[in-house]
Ligand binder design. Sequence first.
Ligand SMILES: Cc1cc2nc3c(=O)[nH]c(=O)nc-3n(C[C@H](O)[C@H](O)[C@H](O)COP(=O)(O)O)c2cc1C
Length: 315
Amino acid sequence: MIPRRLLAWAAVDWGRWYMRDPQLAVVTCRDRVLLVGAGGRRAVDGVDGPAVSAALQQLTAPTPGQSLAADGLEAVLDAVAEVGGLLDGSSAEPLEQARNRALTTSPGYHFAPGPPQCERLVVGLTGTVISGLMAPILLSLGYSGFHRELDVICTDAALRFVQPELFEYYGIRTWTDPFTRKPGLPVPHILLGKSADVLAVMPATAASLSRLARGGCEDLLSLVAAATEAPVVLGPTMNTAMWDHRPVRRNVDQLRADGFYVVEPTFFFEAAELVHNVAPACGMLGTFWGGPALFMATVAAVLDDWRTSLPQTGG
Ligand SMILES: Cc1cc2nc3c(=O)[nH]c(=O)nc-3n(C[C@H](O)[C@H](O)[C@H](O)COP(=O)(O)O)c2cc1C
């Protein structure tokens, strides 16, 4: 068992090793970071989003304490520790073991009913194998009553990995083509954009991030993102080489600066490499680790953050 201790920054033990808990969710938006961990939630303001992103990426692997001296990130790392999201050990090995344990302990379903968090949730699925793993999360959302209405948008590439019929059989309305009407709903992007409380593009490919970053409105997903005033949460999912590609990073930095909520990737194993036991790559939260419960906690944290940051209108 890895001890989780409250880390006063001044008391960081440079001789120890640190790693982010696989089940910690980190969401960056403008100069703000939201942390959702086993020990609760925190928000930290006045941070440099790209620097936080880089530090958290480093911490997906066991990291020696002395290299944690990231200027300006002390408050974030202390907050990560406060929500139970920073694991520490005397060497890299127990941290690697903790990471590997996530492979066998991640819950696949979360069917605990709770109060609805929003009226309409719109989920965007994009062209990655991770979209093929989203059914348990979508079904758990429904069974838990997270939303009153759920709409799923699949990009054309997502259709290579998911069958919308599966969702439709469970009563989840799905969309792909912006020009396809449904009874009473003549223009899908207007309806979905206006009525969404939150749009969660999870998982989000590099290509979809690129479209959203430049305001491309050439498919239903990017049309809805442009047509909505609701918060948009993005869960980037790609291998490390793509995540580290400068144009991809530039898009993510732009999205963060524009007020999109970016779920900082934790790690998963590239599908093609899983059987070869290679090093982890980046991936959206909860794909394997926190499961549906962490997905819900993260979207709920974004909704709370959005609602509390809206300008209050006088009565
Ligand atoms: C098997 C396979 C897996 C892929 N996985 C990813 C991925 O994890 N992340 C990503 O950014 N692109 C991935 N791609 C590439 C995207 O599918 C491609 O860029 C596509 O145009 C994305 O379109 P979309 O963003 O409209 O869904 C993958 C492609 C293939 C063939």
